[in-house]
Design a protein around this ligand. Structure first.
Ligand code: CP
Ligand code: NVA
Length: 306
């Protein structure tokens, strides 16, 4: 049976832990000069409908770094743009590649591709989820602060795709999570409800950023205007202002708290230059970990050890 990575609640705690462990080993091996070849002779097809710097290059680098090949396509340059159905696209592309890595708007797009693809489909961001990012962010949290079960992990700002995937990660792995989001910008209600049903630790959604930040060990921040929401930018700038991660707000967290931002960052919107460039920011280690995590994801899905 095919295995896909579309959302974190679809995978088991064992699979999630295996990815975290494997990514850490691959990172260590890469640092010690080991050249990976596990995916020699294999290829991935990347189909992207939204812009990307990190996710695209880290997947490409991960695949090449394991001896594989990459075919990258902007969705608008394919026949999808002229109306070819997803179900035909999936059944064609899976004849050419060993996995499909897709960045798009609707979660239903990756689900439809997965339904028809005979090779794994990997969600590289939709409006609803960003599972691969949260896997590498968890890797960063573990590296910097240890087991997430022992930490106060906070999400600040928009209840967007990243927030939804953090909620699912907390439910699957069993760690507490505190979110602070403005009214009208809470995480997806159905995702939250379903996660809370399986969660063994509290997933708390607050409105007050100061209350959420109290004694935080890990602070996660993201853009206020996600891709596809550009028309709402001005209105969001005003609503999200109290959620800006600046030195005053960061001072509420534990002294040794770390700051994560999946990037790209908008300085002096969701985060100040001072905090982003400050000693508590781990954003570039976080970016690096995307490549190691993507190696683990590709290896386990393509070589069927997931
Ligand atoms: N963090 C992240 O997904 O970045 P890109 O949009 O550059 O891929
Ligand atoms: N929430 C952001 C993440 C970017 C990597 C977006 O969807 O644009």
């Amino acid at each position: 049976m095919n295995k896909h990575l579309l959302a974190l609640q679809d995978i088991s705690p064992t699979q999630l832990r295996a990815l975290l462990n494997r990514a850490a080993v691959l990172k260590q091996e890469t640092a010690s000069g080991i050249r990976h070849q596990q995916l020699a002779g294999k290829s991935i097809c990347m189909l992207f409908e939204k812009p990307s710097t990190r996710t695209r290059v880290s997947f490409e680098s991960a695949m090449y770094g394991m001896g594989g090949q990459v075919i990258f396509m902007q969705a608008r340059e394919t026949q999808l743009d002229r109306g070819e159905p997803l179900k035909d696209t999936a059944r064609v592309l899976c004849r050419y590649a060993d996995a499909l890595v897709v960045r798009t708007y609707g979660q239903q797009v990756v689900e439809e591709l997965a339904r028809y693809s005979e090779v794994p489909v990997i969600n590289a961001l939709t409006d609803l989820h960003h599972p691969c990012q949260i896997l590498s962010d968890l890797m960063t949290v573990i590296e910097k602060k240890g087991a997430p079960e022992q930490l106060k992990i906070v999400w600040l700002g928009d209840g967007n795709n990243m927030a939804n995937s953090w909620i699912q990660a907390a439910a699957v792995l069993g760690f507490p999570l505190t979110l602070a989001c403005p009214e009208g910008y809470k995480p997806d209600a159905a995702i939250l409800e379903s996660a809370c049903k399986i969660a063994t630790q509290p997933i708390t959604v607050l409105q007050d950023p100061l209350a959420a930040m109290q004694d935080a060990d890990v602070v996660n921040i993201d853009v206020w205007t996600s891709m596809g929401k550009e028309k709402e930018k001005e209105e969001r700038l005003a609503i999200f202002r109290p959620y800006q991660l600046n030195a005053d707000l960061l001072a509420k967290a534990a002294k040794d708290a770390v700051v994560l931002h999946c990037l790209p960052a908008h300085r002096d919107e969701e985060i100040t230059e001072e905090v982003l460039e400050g000693p508590q920011s781990v954003v570039f280690d976080q970016s690096e970990n995307k490549m190691h995590m993507h190696k683990a994801i590709l290896e386990m899905l393509i070589n069927d050890t997931f």
